[in-house]
Ligand binder design. Structure first.
Ligand code: ADP
Ligand code: MG
Length: 699
């Protein structure tokens, strides 16, 4: 009623549709929605649908969700308590309700008054709830029926609800999209094959989804199980597969130094190791070695469970690059882990005459300057944290970048390291397995090597669940273990709400354990310590001078002290599955039988109970990741934001998992059939779906 929309319908919504908002506002809004080409409007599909094909009586309002009512206005009041608001009392044959508007304009009040005086019918769309003054609708959408004296339903089709932004109303979107649809005739880019022939054609699917007839089940539309939606999701997944394949082809066009080593360093390293490589490690290194020999940049992910021995494989790749006369940058996400890698790599590589440099955020100025100089000249391996990607860092001849715990970094950071060289080879490492559907889509341009066995001689970790009321027994177990020459971790509870509280708990626990174990040395490590303090404590623990290490989750990734064989995790129910698995992986690294005690507080929530059950029953990281996926849903696993692949708007990797293999086959077929002489369908297809999203980064 506030304004007459072109469709004859009007909408009252606060703020977003202020009258007099300039056409500029709309243009900016449409731009923000990525709606430029007519095609973009056609592909801007509804989030959900509202059924305005039926009028509901006020007395029959659904318990939850909106409905459409046809009412007359009884009274219009502007109330001032507690806040200025417009109250419109309405009625139909079944009863009465109040419409409440907290934001409103004088003109709206006038129009409601006119409707009251003339006894006109209004359509009110909203959620009817019980309020302070009886049933009420807060900020319902009001529209004027074509025939203001009849209670007939306003729509013959379901009403689409589009994703929108400030300045663009649903009515405006509907109108513009409707105009585009009138003479929409899109060519078919997908081949007709067994995957597509039972689905509607693209144009038909779009026509249908923008204006579904009333007989259609709103549920099937809203859950996107309808064949028209399937067609859209398949189209989008094919576009994604095409973009991944093209990225791969483009990568192959880029020149990279072929890092063919002569084996002098790799063989010397293997000879000096106190252990033999596992078959899986040899296999993984073989794949990496072959990639590095190529003249286009490697992009490989080395996956292997916690403790499977990824670092030595990375060290072999390092040796190969150095043999070929190139530098290696090795980046880890935390100072603790980076420092540990630095020490390990020095131990392995310095005896071979390899010059190693170190860069970290907490380094002293003079030290840093010296290492920066080395990186820019004769250092062969540069290890560090994010400090490696700062502007001041120059490499003289970077040929390989290694990124440990790659999921802890964003795309931009990985790219920044790569840009320090001229298309260097890239090796990423992770103990967090990528679920199959993600691997097939967002990560499809990564080659994967898997270390699927642990080094021999490891005795499996025993996991025990103990209520925290038995803390004294747990402390006694620690005392016995230390007396027998073992070392232990005590992991303090995660307190998500307060870092200060978490720190305080760690300090208190440390004090308590010092008192309980007066004959032994108890160390404390947490995120607030200075880097050199952390390093000193870790060294003392690694050297066996400290027998019990009280820690926060700073020790979660990568920490490797093989003599540690007992771990206590306090309030284990507060940790996520991946985190518990990583933490537990800090023990079981040596010959000794290791134990992980999960202390839990009661009562346990059902999901906490389920998590503890999973971690108790499983030691395999892949099985745990799978269970995690089921418990948490895919969204949280492996931040999608870190992928450089355009986001999917409609397809969902879990819901549409069965469409992914089809999309892969179709993409392959399209590339095979791509014809140089006519317009390439793959380009048309990709431009259709991703043309609006420019300049995205690639992994
Ligand atoms: P992760 O894969 O979790 O990064 P690490 O590389 O830290 O594992 O290796 C875990 C431990 O196993 C280290 O102490 C490492 O020296 C040792 N290790 C690696 N490979 C072998 C092997 N083939 N045999 C015995 N020990 C090994
Ligand atoms: Mg590691």
């Amino acid at each position: 009623m506030a304004r007459a929309g072109a469709s004859g319908k009007t909408t009252q919504k606060p703020a977003s549709t202020k009258p007099g908002k300039s056409a500029n506002g709309i243009a900016a809004g449409l731009e923000k929605l990525g709606l430029r080409r007519p095609l973009d409007f056609a592909l801007h599909l509804p989030l959900r649908y509202e059924d305005q094909t039926r009028i509901t009586l006020l007395s029959d309002a659904p318990a939850a969700g909106p409905a459409l009512f046809a009412v007359r206005v009884r009274a219009v009041t502007v109330a001032f308590r507690p806040k200025r608001q417009l109250l419109v009392q309405v009625e139909d044959v079944s009863g009465r309700a109040n419409c409440r508007f907290l934001n409103f304009y004088g003109s709206q009040t006038k129009q409601f008054e006119r409707a009251r005086d003339e006894g006109l019918i209004l359509h009110v769309w909203g959620d009817l709830r019980s309020g302070y003054l009886g049933p009420e609708l807060v900020h319902p959408t009001i529209s004027k029926p074509t025939d203001e004296t009849s209670t007939a339903a306003p729509s013959e089709a379901l009403t689409p609800q589009y994703p929108t932004t400030a300045g663009v109303s649903q009515a405006q979107l509907r109108q513009r999209i409707g105009k585009v649809l009138k003479d929409l005739q899109l060519s078919e880019t997908l081949p007709r094959n067994p995957h597509t022939q039972h689905l509607p054609k693209l144009t038909a699917a779009l026509q249908f989804l923008h204006a579904p007839p009333p007989a259609v089940d709103v549920g099937a539309l809203n859950t996107r199980s309808h064949p028209a939606w399937q067609r859209i999701c398949l189209e989008e997944l094919v576009a994604q597969q095409l973009s991944l394949r093209k990225a791969r082809l483009a990568r192959r066009q880029k020149g990279a130094p072929g890092l063919r080593g002569n084996g002098s360093l790799t063989n010397a390293l293997i000879k000096r190791l106190p252990f033999a490589l596992t078959r899986a490690q040899q296999h993984a290194y073989g794949e990496i070695c072959a990639d590095m020999n190529e003249h286009y940049p490697m992009q490989r992910l080395l996956q292997g469970d916690v403790g499977s021995g990824k670092t030595i494989v990375a060290a072999l790749a390092t040796c190969q690059a150095i043999e070929a006369g190139y530098q290696v940058g090795f980046m880890a996400p935390t100072e603790l882990l980076a420092e540990q890698h630095y020490n390990k790599l020095i131990e392995w590589l310095a005896p071979l005459g390899i010059k190693v440099a170190w860069l970290s955020g907490s380094q002293k100025k003079a030290d840093r300057t010296a290492h920066l100089l080395a990186a820019a000249s004769d250092a062969q391996l540069i290890v560090g944290t994010h400090a490696l990607i700062e502007d001041t860092v120059d490499f003289s001849k970077l040929g390989l970048v290694i990124i440990d715990e790659q999921h802890r970094f964003g795309v931009a950071q990985r790219l920044a390291l790569r840009q320090k060289g001229n298309n260097p080879h890239q090796l990423m490492m992770s103990a967090t397995p990528i679920p199959r559907t993600l691997a097939m889509s967002y990560f499809a341009d990564l080659d994967c090597s898997v270390i699927d066995e642990l080094p021999p001689g490891r005795t499996p970790i025993r996991t025990r669940l103990i209520a925290d009321t038995r803390r004294e027994e747990v402390i006694a177990a620690i005392r016995n273990a230390i007396a027998a020459g073992e070392q232990c971790y005590w992991v303090c509870p995660l307190i998500e709400e307060s870092e200060t509280l978490e720190l305080q708990t760690a300090i208190d626990t440390h004090a308590l354990l010092c008192e309980a174990l007066p004959d032994y040395r108890v160390g404390l490590i947490h995120g607030r310590l200075k880097a050199d303090e952390k390093a000193t404590t870790m060294r003392a623990f690694a050297d066996g001078d400290v027998q019990l290490l009280v820690a926060t989750t700073v020790i979660e990734v990568g920490v490797d002290v093989p003599n540690a064989s007992l771990m206590v995790i306090e309030h284990a129910e507060r940790f996520g599955l991946a985190q518990l698995h990583q933490l537990r992986g800090r023990v079981g690294r040596g010959q000794r039988e290791s134990t992980c005690i999960l202390m839990f507080g009661q009562p346990l929530s059902p999901t906490a109970k389920e998590r503890l059950r999973v971690i108790f029953e499983n030691t395999d990281g892949f099985a745990i990741a799978q269970a995690d996926l089921q418990l948490r849903g895919p969204g949280e696993l492996i931040g999608k934001r870190q992928s450089g692949v355009p986001m999917l708007r409609y397809a969902d990797l879990e819901r549409n998992a069965d469409l992914i293999p089809a999309a892969q086959q179709i993409a392959d077929q399209m590339l095979r059939e791509a014809d140089q002489t006519r317009a390439d369908l793959t380009d048309i297809h990709m431009d259709r779906w991703f043309g609006h999203a420019e300049g995205f980064l690639r992994t």
